[in-house]
Design a protein around this ligand. Structure first.
Ligand code: C2E
Ligand code: MG
Ligand code: MG
Length: 680
């Protein structure tokens, strides 16, 4: 008995102090005994759990199935082994490897004995290892693990990809396999020296790939030591900086250069100009800004396509570079705008010389694909410090002077002057006031009679828009129509004009005046309205005018733009029954072959060819040629700007069909026209 009692005590001590959790339940699975380890692992005190079911530890992470299977085994009187994820009293999960054995005495199940080992730490380590392994496999950085002799033990896929070696070629090899030769041994010796002191090193360096390519990497090496502080492993990670460097360079390029011509852009000039001005100030020199804008580039771009336009810009950029030279800065500001910054200018003659050279080089024929193209440039010039002290001001003035050069007939250069600044100012003012002209009822219509030159009868009128502003007075359409076109206002104005003209025609009809047509001027900007035809049809129907009494005047320049759509819209007008005439004929880019293809009815000889008739030989020939050509193509001809009898006579004699001009009468408003016709 003594012996047994001693043994039991020893057992009890062992159980009590075991690292394993030991729990004994009765046959109904209520806890009878739990040891110290139970308290440590579960967070429950023994007293709290005696008499309770161990399922107080349930975490809900196991399925019902799991517990059912376990119970089935135990019910059969067999031993169950498995792993629990349980929940401590404080709610924290822990992992237990467990075995539960039924205790059977005399064939009867009396108790259960559960022995459990807390494996939380082990599982967590396991999970961490798995995560590390995944990182090792997936990370974009190259990772190499080497032994204490610097021999590679393993390399991750990114390392293999980055340096181009296979795993077999790497494993067992010295890690210095990827060192680039040109940095000599010194850098590496330094790195190793630092590494051994601090156990880690980090820095940018150059490495060699298998096929000899140098790549810049960010290297981080760390030493892993064992318990005795002996070196166990080297772990090196390589971040490829090539992409980052490339991206930086690209971003820099995109920010400061134009991708098409590879020229610096506006931002580049902005960045540099302060320094350039600074230097000029110190050296008491001038800086000239030449603002170059191509003439009619838009027409080429729109009619031949952007790839032709782009090709042209690239060629011109090359030519300009040669002319401008390396001492000056050439930039593309966007579209067809180039800017030259000419530093160290001594006098204006130098600038004029360069401007002339630029004009000349632009004039030369440009061949893109199969197209032989010609263009010219308009240049505006402003000076530092004469015209201003800041980039913004000088560029603005150069831009303004460029517009002045365009006004002066293009293909020339102009220096900014103070007087010009007033022009720019009034233009801005016009623009502002025009915005509200329609709602303020400042626009109205006049109608200019057109005559049959043979019968000398009035047969139609041209509708002309007028603008009267209280402050500015009467503004000529020559002035405000271009502004309306640039601002897009022309679209609204166009509908206004069309509506008024249709209505006026019907008013005249009511008065018994039946003109053959009312002619309406259309701007190319209006042609860009996708629903132009529909909207015009609606206006026609509302007014009740017959489309046969409408004539659409389209300028020659307009016909060069947006070819496809323009032809479609023109066709639409003619299908309806409207006639179409080409306005300002002879002033634009007329192409004979083009003229033949157009579906039009009439050609309008521009006033400039009529002005010097009949004395000027040249104008005689041009007008005769236009008339002959038109007739041969089956088109009628009208001449505008007839101011004297001799002009009318000449044109009639040369078979011009119609005429319009102050000689016959001035443009009149609708009521005045009624009176005018009735009084004839
Ligand atoms: P345009 O279409 O060539 O119009 C003819 C211009 O020549 C009119 O000037 C007319 O008054 C003028 N004219 C006609 N005969 C004579 C003459 O014997 N002597 C003189 N000195 N001038 C004559 P206006 O009304 O100043 O129009 C100028 C331009 O403004 C027009 O040229 C046209 O391009 C544009 N425009 C006028 N009204 C409209 C409009 O409603 N819509 C559009 N898009 N443009 C318009
Ligand atoms: Mg006209
Ligand atoms: Mg005209």
């Amino acid at each position: 008995v003594r012996q047994t009692s001693l043994e039991l005590k020893a057992f009890r001590f062992a159980i009590e102090n075991s690292d394993n959790t030991i729990v004994i339940t009765d046959a109904n699975r209520n806890i009878q005994y739990a040891n110290e380890a139970f308290e440590r692992n579960s967070g429950y005190m023994k007293d709290e759990v005696i008499g309770k079911n161990p399922n107080i530890l349930k975490s809900n992470l196991h399925s019902e199935e799991f517990y059912r299977e376990m119970n089935e085994i135990l019910d059969r009187g067999e031993k169950w082994q498995g792993e629990f994820v349980n929940k401590r009293k404080d709610g924290v999960l822990f992992y237990e490897k467990a075995s539960i054995s039924p205790i059977i005495v005399n064939g009867e199940l009396v108790q259960y004995l559960a022995i459990k080992l807390n494996v939380t730490e082990y599982i967590k380590t396991q999970q961490r290892l798995q995560q590390s392994a995944a990182v090792y496999e997936m990370i974009a950085d190259g990772i190499v693990i080497a032994d204490s002799e610097k021999n590679i033990l393993s390399a991750n896929p990114s390392f293999i990809h980055m340096f181009g070696y296979t795993e077999e070629e790497l494993v067992g090899n010295d890690i210095t396999i990827i060192n680039s030769s040109d940095q000599g041994g010194t850098l590496y010796r330094k790195i190793w020296a630092k590494l051994l002191v601090k156990d880690h090193w980090r820095g940018k360096m150059d490495n060699l790939t298998k096929n000899g390519k140098h790549i810049t990497v960010l290297l981080a090496v760390a030493i892993v030591r064992d318990a005795k502080r002996d070196i166990q492993n080297y772990i090196a990670t390589y971040t490829n900086l090539e992409e980052i460097i490339e991206m930086e360079e690209k971003a820099n390029f995109l920010a400061y250069y134009d991708t098409l011509t590879k020229l610096p852009n506006r931002a580049y000039v902005e960045r540099e100009l302060d320094d350039i001005f600074e230097l000029a100030r110190a050296e008491e020199k001038r800086v000239a800004i030449l603002f170059i804008d191509l003439d009619r580039f838009k027409v080429i771009n729109d009619s031949l396509g952007h790839h032709i336009g782009d090709g042209m810009l690239v060629i011109l950029a090359e030519r300009l570079k040669k002319v401008v030279g390396v001492r000056n800065l050439l930039a593309r500001f966007g579209g067809d705008e180039f800017v030259v910054v000419m530093s160290e200018v001594n006098d204006k003659r130098e600038i004029s010389l360069l401007a002339e050279k630029i004009l000349m080089t632009v004039r030369g024929m440009i061949t893109v694909k199969d197209y032989h193209l010609n263009t010219t440039a308009s240049i505006g010039i402003a000076l530092f410090p004469d015209d201003g002290n800041s980039m913004n001001v000088i560029v603005k003035y150069a831009d303004g002077a460029m517009y002045y050069a365009k006004d002066k007939g293009k293909d020339n250069y102009q220096f900014y002057t103070r007087a010009l600044s007033i022009d720019i100012q009034t233009r801005l003012e016009l623009e502002q006031k025009l915005l509200y002209a329609l709602e303020r009822n400042e626009l109205y219509m006049q109608y200019h009679p057109q005559y049959d030159l043979q019968s000398r009868q009035i047969c139609g009128v041209e509708a002309l828009v007028r603008w009267y502003n209280l402050e500015l007075g009467t503004i000529s359409p020559e002035k405000f129509i271009p502004i309306a076109e640039e601002t897009g206002m022309i679209v609204k104005i166009g509908y206004f004009v069309f509506e008024k003209a249709c209505k006026a025609y019907m008013d005249w009809k009511k008065e018994g005046i039946e003109l053959e047509w009312v002619a309406i001027n259309l701007s190319s900007i209006q042609f860009r309205q996708k629903d132009l035809l529909e909207n015009f049809v609606a206006i026609i129907e509302k007014s009740g005018i017959s489309p046969h009494n409408l004539e659409m005047e389209i300028t020659e320049r307009c016909m060069m733009e947006y070819t496809e759509e323009n032809l479609y819209i023109l066709g639409g007008f003619r299908e309806m029954g409207c006639s179409v005439s080409i306005d300002d004929f002879g002033t634009g880019y007329s192409s004979m072959s083009y003229l033949k293809k157009l579906s039009i009815d009439k050609i309008k000889i521009d006033k400039s060819f009529v002005d010097d008739l009949p004395s000027d030989k040249n104008d005689q020939e041009v007008s005769r040629a236009i008339i002959a050509l038109s007739h041969s193509l089956g088109y009628q001809v009208i001449a505008e700007g007839i101011e004297i009898k001799e002009q009318e006579d000449f044109l009639r004699e040369h078979a011009c069909d119609y005429g319009q001009g102050y000689y016959f009468g001035r443009p009149l408003d609708s009521d005045a026209l009624i009176k005018f016709v009735k009084d004839l």
